[in-house]
Design a protein around this ligand. Structure first.
Ligand SMILES: Nc1ncnc2c1ncn2[C@@H]1O[C@H](COP(=O)(O)OP(=O)(O)OP(=O)(O)O)[C@@H](O)[C@H]1O
Length: 328
């Protein structure tokens, strides 16, 4: 067990969006779309937490709520002891430089009218306006070099780079403020498989060199396996499992994690004959009207009556595994 204090502690975080039904009268109250509905987790210094789950389960919304890019309905986000959700703009600004984010579409996240030198320098200039021009230039060259972009490219524009290079530039922009946490929201989903591995290896090297913590969001379980210390599985805005990565892949606890793991392709085609693939038959319910009790129960092959009545709490099962399930 790690005796250090967490860098980040998220407790009962809820992000609900107001949605007006089509054709609803102006005076009718909006429905609540529960994108994130009571998420708890800790992130330790130097740890990489993978977050996985189907499209629409709330991964990006969770990341954006931590960064205060969307407002939370309830909960706390303790960052080095301060609750980010109760800070004013100025208080939040002081912490923003400690936590950075990189996004899925590398080209779209870079301003097309700025050179890559200007893009990478911008956060440094914004947070430290008194830093000299020569110091900014030196830092920009240093971080570009660190991510494998030649410093003589500094005056080029984003469209002159490939997707993988644009993601490296995004990483350099995140690194220039020497953050303690980088939240990576599907950073490799838009890249070719061969380039994905290069970007993941780069993130792992940087993480180790700088002692950074990473939150790494992906659809693909095989992507997070390589990079994560622990993996958190989300389903309809709820955490169903948080486990040490090795444990999660070897012996997934929650029936939903078991289904996700069973669907991961394996390199040896002969092994497919013995591989049992669990198919989730019913459709993903709407977060506008989530099932009562356990949100997974409508697709769960093991569901019992209690699952419709009581939401199962996330409980420690030993071996670094926490699972929210009445049955397992
Ligand atoms: N600004 C918004 N207004 C209304 N609903 C939203 C908003 N942002 C997200 N949602 C809804 O919240 C739910 C969670 O979305 P989110 O993008 O966080 O999921 P995700 O797991 O990141 O999905 P993906 O893997 O496709 O990116 C979805 O039902 C989505 O439609």
């Amino acid at each position: 067990m790690n005796a250090q204090s967490p860098l980040l502690s998220v407790r009962d975080l809820k992000v609900w969006f107001d949605i007006k039904a089509k054709g609803a009268m102006p005076w009718t109250a909006p429905d609540k779309l529960k994108a994130v509905d009571g998420v708890d987790f800790d992130l330790m210094p130097g740890e990489t937490l993978g977050i996985v789950g189907e499209s629409g389960c709330g991964k990006s919304t969770l990341a954006r709520a931590i960064m205060r890019m969307v407002p939370a309905e309830a909960g706390t986000v303790l960052w080095l002891g301060d609750d980010l959700l109760s800070l004013n703009k100025q208080g939040m600004r002081a912490h923003r430089k400690e936590m950075q984010m990189i996004f899925q579409d590398p080209l779209a996240s870079l301003n097309p009218r700025m050179t890559i030198g200007q893009i990478v320098a911008e956060p440094l200039k914004t947070h430290y306006p008194s830093v000299s021009k020569s110091e900014v230039k030196a830092r920009v060259r240093e971080v570009l070099d660190r991510v494998g972009i030649l410093p003589n490219m500094i005056n080029r524009y984003p469209h002159e780079f490939s997707g993988g290079q644009c993601q490296r530039i995004g990483i350099a922009r995140a690194l220039i403020l020497k953050p303690q946490l980088i939240i990576c929201d599907e950073p490799v989903s838009a890249l070719d498989v061969s380039i994905q591995a290069q970007v993941i290896n780069l993130l792992m090297e940087i993480q180790e060199d700088m002692g950074l913590s990473l939150i790494f969001i992906a659809h693909d379980l095989s992507v997070v396996k390589h990079i994560s210390t622990r993996v958190m599985v989300l389903y309809l805005g709820n955490v169903v499992e948080i486990s040490e990565a090795e444990q999660l892949y070897r012996a997934p606890g929650h029936p939903y994690t078991q289904a996700l793991i069973s669907a991961v392709p394996i390199p040896d085609p002969k092994a497919y004959a013995d591989k049992e693939v669990l198919i989730l038959d019913a459709d993903l319910p709407s977060p506008l009207n989530p099932p009562s009790g356990c949100v997974f129960r409508t697709r769960c092959p093991l569901a019992k009556p209690v699952c419709a009545e009581i939401k199962p709490p996330l409980t420690d099962r030993g071996n670094g595994q926490q699972v929210a399930c009445h049955v397992i």
